[in-house]
Design a protein around this ligand. Structure first.
Ligand code: NAD
Length: 256
């Protein structure tokens, strides 16, 4: 591995970014497109604005509608990507959601929904892309955890359970797929300035800001671009020796 391989960026690589109609996912698409990757935006919602954002910086992007918690929908999306491009190099599995809720008020259906969207979707999408990555002998998988797993933030027992599961998955799968040139790493995302809706009955973004920001070494919320830089780094061919890790990107709120 020569240092100059960093300069090759992601030209001609195909990257699927799930949950990229808005929020962090959109910044990931823009950042990976800047490195030269062709972007597939895989979201349940209309992602036309993200397609436009990538086009505006001279990149290539398509949007595919998918419910990442549904097996058939995921299979259809991956088949379509292979039909369009014939390869998948990068998967950034960014889909996620939470409802803040005191533990005793969480219904079982709400618990299962949070696990479906944050955890089971990761199983489905990762399993669906692996054959194509193995065929190429190359793959970069990046999945989203949360710094709430280190902080023990209240009212998120369902979400924190799912996001800790993301880390266990990352460690175990890394050991299985490294021999094929495929890496998997997690990012434990800190409080980020996205448009995520919060349950106003329990907490507000303001309350979370009050609790978390004073704990941070760097006293500002993450910007989506902060996370996107780490996503881009982990996607590079030159990052192939890094796998099974969790990068904590949260202004030092959790110093573990
Ligand atoms: N924003 C934060 O402060 C923060 C903090 C820690 C971790 N995270 C994690 O980062 C990731 C992105 O967060 P965000 O704030 O950008 O989220 P967001 O709510 O802004 O965007 C989530 C995207 O996922 C899509 N989506 C939801 N369910 C889907 C499904 N079943 N199939 C396909 N698409 C679906 C939505 O349409 C949306 O475009 C999530 O995994 C989240 O848990 C965010």
């Amino acid at each position: 591995m020569k240092i100059h391989e960093f300069e090759k960026g992601l030209k001609d690589r195909v990257a699927i970014v799930t949950g990229a109609a808005i929020g962090n996912g959109r910044a990931f698409c823009e950042r990976l497109a800047e490195e030269g990757a062709k972007i597939v935006i895989a979201d349940i919602a209309d992602a036309a604005d993200t397609v436009k954002a990538v086009h505006d910086i001279g990149g290539e992007a398509v949007a595919l509608t998918v419910d990442c918690s549904d097996e058939e929908s995921v299979q259809r999306m991956v088949s379509k990507v292979l039909e369009l491009y014939g390869r998948i190099d990068i998967l950034v599995h960014n889909v996620g959601m939470y409802d803040e809720e005191p533990f005793e008020l969480i219904s079982f259906s709400q618990w299962k929904k949070v696990l479906d969207i944050n955890l089971n979707s990761m199983f489905l999408v990762t399993q669906a892309v692996l054959p194509a990555m193995k065929k190429e002998g190359f793959g970069r998988i990046i999945v989203m955890s949360s710094n709430t797993v280190w902080l023990g933030t209240p009212y998120l027992s369902h979400y924190a359970t799912a996001k800790m599961g993301v880390i266990g998955f990352t460690r175990s799968l890394a050991a299985e797929i490294g021999r094929y040139g495929i890496t998997i790493n997690a990012i434990s995302v800190g409080l980020t300035a996205t448009q995520r809706p919060v349950n106003q009955n329990i907490s507000t973004t303001g309350t979370i800001l009050q609790h978390i920001l004073p704990e941070q070494a760097v006293r500002r919320a993450d910007e989506p671009e902060d996370i996107a830089n780490v996503v881009a780094f982990l996607s590079l061919p030159a990052s192939g020796i890094i796998t099974g890790q969790t990068m904590n990107v949260d202004g030092g709120a959790a110093r573990h």
